[in-house]
Design a protein around this ligand. Structure first.
Ligand SMILES: [Zn+2]
Length: 230
């Protein structure tokens, strides 16, 4: 881990990352071939510089995936603390402690770093890659977020990066949670793992084979459950 946050925060982040690597490895069976690099800049400007964009509003972390290289994580260390103490804290997150937010964010990124390849990130729909990562982040941090959307519809890639992206992430996560609940965690992870290995294959055929249900059946079941939980 490399960063300029204070020693205490550095130790905390290191602890969350180690725990996340353990949790995600246990659930997916994936392992790093080398140690995971985590960059933790204190200032938002430095985060934006490493992240490669000045538009970092709402971005707490990212996993950088380059073809043929082991992914690394950039963690917006200053922002994750601000999010829970700043004036806008309640807009996207309930009042929670920063440790829980950091754990959720870092487990989400570790899930990406451990399971995604460059091709998988390029070809697979965002609801799948982000939904599973966020499911893992929420599961292991215990920080469960509920989508605000009135109706459940699988978010498109445009939805996942548009102005309503924060909620689209939670809608995608809700679908993944439904798959896990309906088909079981083992089957859900087998479906995800096979999808990331062959990212250009048919997701519909994979769902039939690994989950035992067609995608339309799963989506309809989820929409029904979503509606009745409101
Ligand atoms: Zn993500």
């Amino acid at each position: 881990m490399v960063g300029d946050v204070d020693e205490r925060q550095m130790a905390d982040i290191n602890g969350y990352v180690s725990q996340a690597v353990h949790d995600v490895s246990t659930v997916t069976g994936a392992r790093f071939s080398r140690e995971l690099l985590v960059l933790a800049p204190r200032s938002e400007a430095e985060f934006a510089r490493i992240y490669g964009s000045s538009n970092v509003a709402d971005i707490q972390a990212d996993t950088v995936i380059v073809a043929g290289k082991q992914p690394y994580i950039v963690f917006n260390a200053g922002r994750s603390i601000q999010m829970v103490s700043g004036p806008s804290a309640t807009s996207t997150m309930p009042q929670v402690n920063s440790a829980q937010v950091s754990r959720k964010v870092l487990t989400h990124e570790v899930f990406h770093a451990l399971t995604l390849t460059y091709a998988a990130r390029r070809h697979l729909p965002l609801w799948l890659t982000e939904g599973f990562a966020e499911w893992a982040g929420q599961k292991f941090s215990g920080l469960h977020l509920t989508p605000k959307a009135k109706r459940a519809a699988l978010p498109s890639n445009a939805d996942m990066s548009g102005s309503n992206a924060v909620d689209a992430y939670q809608v995608a996560t809700s679908f993944v949670r439904y798959i896990v609940k309906t088909c079981g965690q083992r089957k859900a992870i087998a479906f995800y793992s096979k999808a990331v290995v062959h990212p250009t294959g048919s997701l519909a055929a994979l769902a039939e084979r690994e989950l035992g249900h067609s995608m339309p059946t799963l989506v309809a079941g989820w929409q029904h459950a979503y509606q009745s939980s409101r």
